[in-house]
Design a protein around this ligand. Structure first.
Ligand code: NAP
Length: 481
């Protein structure tokens, strides 16, 4: 059977694609999922304290509001349950090929089809939607000797509940979004905890709170009320673009707030100094937490800022020669983003790999399509991620364009790809904008590729991206029937 559409992944992106395909009356599609359950990053990240730092009203599908969120900023179990619920309501489970690990996606010019090789056989499809997620492939730190460590090592995104932490000596490497959520949760029951900080993060107060039963009832009875709350949250976040993109010097206001937060929560001036960032707020992802800083007032918790030299069987050796001994090491060291391994598995009409698009060597069109990769779409593609708002909004925007383009391919039996000119114009336009933004003010971040180019972030208001992806523009595409 030749599929109309093969969707890779069953997280927010894959499920959203499936619902929109159904709504458009497009059948004969399947989702390919390497794991035995759906949910993507919200299935995988089960570390204690895992929580979304975008409010739930906005970090959910616009077409599937949830009046039952228990907190304005949900924890992982509730977000995962939301995705399960969405899949059930839309009858998506039967469309998911679980335990199908896609190892190669290649275009065959003779049959004009995409061939998907999986661990359970080969599938053919007219169209492919990559919905694999930008934060799906955990990155272990490339520290010399890590394989020699005698205790247990785990990445936050591959949390192993069988590893005992109670009473143990635990080292956490990294101080990004995952670390600041899990450190306060594990500190009370581990024996001793040391956190290895390479670069301090800017941390703002967390405004999340429990949703009252009254509000939940209101959202259930008057769905418009939740839409209003969502819209308010959306526009409040859009205002941040003025600082992130238009004039990064406006970020000083946020920096003052963060410094005051640090001063309130960390009484020790020396520790405070070590935790103070020296780059513009927003250049790296802005974090929110009320319980991370106070954790360092605990007797059993320490911050190590001395650089890590290597890992030895007993623990971590720092540059000052000191050996920090541990039973367990936790790597909160992020993901392969600009070098997402999926790029190595996708081959276009000339056999070239999609990874060239992630490293910025290949032009892309609206972060979604690529010349020489006909009928192939990517959710969360180059320069569609955000520092200030919900990625679900961006996915839904991309889906407007994707569904319209798939309709063209299916109605006319056509190969559709962006023209080189349209793709270059799009990519260059963004790259010209980026140096003036907060992400170009000088810091290292996972938004930048190995050459220092930002191939991750959308540098504008999200409503502008929504406008750009509203229509299929025939002149920007080569349509071969
Ligand atoms: P991350 O932000 O990339 O942080 C990785 C941390 O590990 C950084 O502190 C980094 O230091 C450190 N690190 C990496 N390699 C190291 C090495 N070899 N030696 C020492 N330190 C090293 O990763 P993350 O915390 O997993 O978060 C990634 C993204 O996932 C977030 O930005 C966010 O978008 C998403 N996320 C979101 C939530 C949420 O609330 N929605 C929660 C978790 C994650 P440097 O800063 O010096 O590089």
């Amino acid at each position: 059977m030749i599929l109309n559409v093969a969707v890779i992944g069953s997280g927010f992106g894959g499920l959203g694609t499936a619902i929109r395909l159904k709504d458009a009356g497009i059948g004969n599609f399947l989702l390919f999922e390497r794991a035995d359950d759906l949910g993507g990053t919200w299935r995988d990240n089960t570390y204690p304290g895992c929580r979304c730092d975008v409010g739930s009203d906005l970090y959910s599908f616009s077409f599937a509001p949830n009046p039952r969120w228990s907190n304005t900023y949900s924890y992982q179990p509730e977000i995962w349950a939301y995705l399960q619920d969405v899949a059930t309501r839309h009858h998506l489970r039967e469309l998911i090929k679980f335990n199908h690990d896609v190892t190669d996606i290649s275009f065959d010019p003779a049959s004009k089809l995409w061939y998907l090789t999986t661990n359970q056989g080969v599938f053919q499809a007219h169209n492919v939607v990559l919905a694999v997620g930008g934060l799906a492939e955990p990155r272990m730190p490339d520290i010399e000797g890590i394989e020699s460590f005698a205790g247990s090592v785990m990445h936050t995104a591959q949390w192993d509940e069988n590893v005992t932490l109670v009473g143990q000596r635990v080292g956490v490497i990294g101080t990004g979004a995952s670390a600041i959520q899990t450190v306060p949760q594990i500190a009370p029951f581990v024996g001793h905890l040391e956190v290895f900080q390479r670069t301090p993060s800017w941390i703002l107060p967390h405004l999340g709170h429990v949703v009252s039963e009254r509000s939940k009832r209101l959202y259930r009875v008057v769905p418009l009320a939740q839409k209003v709350v969502r819209a308010f949250g959306y526009w409040r976040r859009e205002l941040m673009v003025l600082g992130f993109v238009k004039d990064p010097s406006r970020m000083t206001k946020g920096e003052t707030l963060a410094r005051e937060h640090l001063e309130r929560q960390v009484p020790d001036p020396q520790l405070r100094q070590r935790m103070t960032p020296h780059y513009r707020l927003g250049c790296k992802r802005v974090l929110i937490s009320n319980d991370y800083y106070p954790t360092f007032s605990r007797e059993n918790v320490g911050l190590v800022t001395e650089p890590i030299e290597r890992i030895e069987p007993q623990g971590i050796r720092t540059a000052d020669g000191m050996l920090h001994e541990f039973d367990v090491l936790i790597a909160a060291t992020g993901f392969y983003v600009t070098d997402n391994p999926i790029g190595e598995k996708v081959h276009g009409t000339k056999g070239e790999k999609l990874s060239r698009a992630f490293c910025g060597d290949m032009a892309n069109y609206k972060g979604t399509m690529f010349p020489d990769f006909p009928n192939l779409f990517m959710l969360g593609g180059p320069n569609t991620a955000l520092g200030h708002s919900s990625i679900i909004f961006m996915h839904e925007s991309q889906l407007n364009y994707i569904i319209k383009t798939i309709e063209v391919t299916l109605k006319r039996g056509a190969r559709v790809e962006p023209t080189i000119d349209a793709a270059r114009k799009w990519t260059q336009g963004l790259q010209e904008k980026l140096p003036g933004t907060v992400w170009g003010t000088g810091c290292s971040s996972w938004y930048l590729n190995a050459q220092g180019k930002n191939t991750v972030i959308w540098p504008d208001f999200t409503f502008k991206f929504r406008q750009e992806t509203r229509h299929f523009v025939p002149k920007d595409h080569e349509i071969t029937v």
